[in-house]
Write a protein that binds this ligand. Sequence first.
Ligand code: NAD
Length: 485
Amino acid sequence: MKKQIIPVARGDGIGPEIMDASLEVLLEAGARIEPLFIDIGERVYLAGNTAGITDESWEAIRQHKVFFKSPITTPQGGGFKSLNVTVRKMLGLYANVRPSVSYHPHVPIKHPAIDVVIIRENEEDLYAGIEHQQTPEVVQCLKLISRPGCERIVRYAFEYARAYGRKKVTCMTKDNIMKLTDGLFHQVFNEIAQEYPDLEHEHWIIDIGAAKLADTPDLFDVVVMPNLYGDIVSDILGQIAGSVGLAPGANIGDDYAMFEAIHGSAPRHGGKGIANPSGLLLSGVMMLLHIDQSDVAERVHNAWLKTLEDHVWTYDLVRKGKAHGIDNYREVGTSDFAKAVIARLGQRPVELKAVTYAGRTAKIAKPKLTDVRRQQMALDGVDVFLREGKATATELGQALERLAGPEFVLTMISNRGQKVYPGGFPETFTTDHWRCRFKAGGSQPTHGAIRQLLGRLEQQGYEWIKLENLYLLEGKRAYSLGQGE
Ligand code: NAD
């Protein structure tokens, strides 16, 4: 059978050791892959390439589409872009899949029964990285959530659950506060859930949901979340499930995929041959599933479970075991751990749950997306953000009321989201950053009318720092209200 060429980055720190060990196991198990080693990471950064990846490496990834990556070291100091973020965004890897499994009692942990897959949106949210200093006192980070972004990740979560025989998909957001952004994510989740009547679905507010997940992980199955929550929660879960050295990850897009452990390059341990290759090896298992080699994936995963069960442990697990009074283990380095897994190929665990992957794949056909681009948007007013360091809320409000007309009326001013005019309290703390809401004063607002308003503000010496147009989408208000509006 033809072998699939896989671009492989051996990475930095512990990267080369764990990659060599993982590839040895995958190839011994009969993986039909041919590694194509590519250059990325610290050496590339330090050679003056601020992205950390050469053109040839990009070419190899784009040609072969599936990328197996060891952790890399991002050099200290400014100017170096995060390679992970660059690769995810450039290749449209919108789904970050992070399974967390406990291996109790062989890896002692507080929660014996964790088997949760976090599916984290990977491209949007606050991670768009759009930040601005708006006034001397205030900086802003834009939280961007798109309908196609929500649809792709939510559908992926349901398809993943179905492909892997999972029962329930849970969504976590903070839509009681962020009604539009997180609200859209939740709404899309509810819409798409209707297409999967065979799967349970539920929604939790992220704060209590995350607390529940940390306390009773056995109540959860597949959990889908916007980027920031998913980043935080998956690390917490990885940590409570055992060692960071055990946790794999996949970054999946419509056309490309990247597989890597969730941990970093642990430079202090690099070159010693002691690191645990399990996270990367299990990422390799996810990769084999992605390229339809579920037979090999199952062989590797079950041999690995048997190795763990036989207490053949790298130092991180030894440390954990000792702390729990377990002393019947064999401590091995990275390469001997790989050899121990190879020696168990064909075996299945006895106490830990064996995996069955026949025919399973999480590869999702390109999701169909709802076309909302032709929806009607009508201007309904404008929020003008002003820098103003001297006036009180009342002084500012009275002055702006005089400047609003004839096209607009001032309906409110807020400071850091708190309404301060009309009807504010003088005790409310304010900064030099004011949001001033102007609504139509009778006629339909126009962009020209907004420009005239800005002209009047400028003439009176007001520094407007940003505008947000207020729209009705298909006749419905599409902006948040200030209190009391
Ligand atoms: P880290 O995950 O590399 O290491 C933290 C600690 O976890 C280590 O000191 C070690 O005790 C333990 N550990 C991690 N992996 C292990 C393994 N396989 N086996 C045994 N123990 C393991 O985090 P860090 O020290 O914050 O970051 C080090 C470097 O890694 C930084 O340059 C960072 O930018 C980079 N990093 C890269 C990636 C990536 O490439 N995907 C991800 C995170 C961090």
